[in-house]
Design a protein around this ligand. Structure first.
Ligand SMILES: [Mg+2]
Length: 425
């Protein structure tokens, strides 16, 4: 059918990925029948989120016990009905052959994945395969899909060169989500917003590069705390790699000197790395002394600034005045930290906006959001920018979601998790 876009899939191995296995002599064994099927923790939630992101979910499973006469086709159907009753699966592809059979589908051969791609019109390059054995990872590699190895430390040969090693399907979600967003099939939340632009806040290079493909991300911010958390050891090489990936939108990097001369020197250096660089200057030094003079000096030098860590309106007044004449500046008020203290940040941000908008080329940024509600709040009062952490960005697809649908999903989650846990009363 012409004009149909191919959709990405997540191929899921069955035993040890979706349902529990028993390990005997270092080898994982499938449950003998449907009555012994137990979903692994987090599987319902993970599948629901992948389904919501638009992935086609395809189980690809070797079941050689059929060829070996140890399993019946009827029981296998019941086991798969157990899965389809609980998970939003699109397809279950089974290889029933044994090692000696000359089939194209027994993993590590890629036949199950390739056939499903033809049948379901899948985009393999945007697809993932999640498995707990080397056969799964090798099948993924041979099919050209991104491989995720759930290493359960069985006493057998391990998978080699998987794109990700994870402890569970749920554990692999952030990786899939970070790759997914570069595909462009993500709902563009920006289109639903009146004023506020979304900046991505994070320091993981791979995530930043992935997010660069999203048109609804209007800029990028980072800070030394996030960089340290992401294991960045060398500041400048990291920053230059980010700036190679992001050339068309603002990127903020922070000075870490604590004296005025050191801040000015570092700011000039950082600004020289690219035209789209904004230099972050904290509102005070570590002794609480205002950096307004530094801000004035750098503004006179035509350095674009992002003044950060503001929490009060007097700070907004002082910083905005110091930015007089700027060619481009951002004032970052930490609304989430204000909320952390039990204060409502919305009136503060409303007043802050009145102050910053009186100064040409100064934008107000809502920093440290805690939930997607903050995107709505920032937009409603007309804040220019909100920084959203990479973790929180993963929840943006929920923006504006039908509450009836969300309620139903919640009810199903409780039901499925109780069933998966095997609770009886
Ligand atoms: Mg398995």
């Amino acid at each position: 059918m012409s004009g149909t876009t191919r959709r990405p899939a997540v191929f899921l191995d069955r035993d040890g990925v979706l349902n529990e296995v028993t390990v005997s002599g270092g080898t994982p064994l499938p449950p003998p029948d449907a009555a012994h099927m137990r979903l692994l923790p987090g599987v319902v939630e993970a599948c629901r989120r992948l389904h919501d992101l638009g992935y086609v979910l395809v189980v690809v499973t070797n079941q050689p016990d059929l060829a070996r006469g140890k399993q019946s086709a009827g029981e296998l159907d019941r086991m798969h009905a157990f899965l389809t009753d609980r998970l939003p699966l699109d397809d279950i592809a089974v290889c029933t052959h044994d090692d000696a059979d000359d089939c194209a589908c027994r993993k590590p051969r890629p036949g199950l994945l390739l056939d499903a791609a033809d049948r379901l019109n899948l985009d393999l390059t945007g697809s993932f395969m999640v498995g707990d054995r080397w056969r799964d990872v090798e099948a993924a590699q041979r099919a050209g899909v991104t491989s995720i190895y759930i290493d359960r430390d069985y006493g057998e040969r391990k998978a080699v060169d998987a794109d990700l090693v994870a402890s569970s399907l749920l554990d692999a979600l952030p990786f899939i989500e970070s790759r997914h967003v570069s595909g462009g099939s993500q709902p563009v939340v920006g289109a639903a917003l009146k004023h506020v632009k979304i900046f991505a806040d994070g320091a993981d290079l791979e995530s930043i590069v992935a997010l660069a493909g999203r048109p609804d991300i209007a800029g990028f911010t980072t800070n030394p705390t996030l960089m340290r958390k992401s294991g960045v050891s060398d500041y400048e090489p990291f920053a230059r790699k980010v700036l190679e990936a992001i050339t068309d939108r603002p990127v903020s990097f922070e000075v870490f000197a604590d004296d005025p001369d050191g801040m000015i020197r570092q700011a000039r250096l950082i600004a020289s790395w690219g035209r789209n660089v904004y230099v972050k200057i904290p509102v005070t030094d570590t002794r609480g002394r205002s950096t307004a003079d530094v801000i004035r000096q750098l503004t006179a030098d035509r350095v674009q600034l992002n003044v950060t860590a503001l929490l009060t309106l007097p700070q907004v007044e002082e910083v905005t005045a110091a930015l007089d004449g700027t060619r481009g500046a951002v004032v970052s008020v930490f609304a989430g930290r204000i909320a952390d203290t039990g204060r409502d940040p919305v009136p503060v941000m409303t007043d802050a906006l009145r102050i910053t908008s009186a100064q040409a080329n100064v934008k107000l940024l809502w920093a440290s959001p805690r939930e997607i509600l903050n995107v709505r709040q920032a937009d409603d009062i007309g804040v220019d920018i909100i920084t959203v952490t990479h973790d929180l960005l993963a929840k943006l697809p929920l923006f504006g979601k039908s509450l009836d649908d969300y309620s139903l999903e919640t009810v199903r989650m409780f039901h499925n998790d109780a069933a998966a846990a095997g609770y009886t009363l």
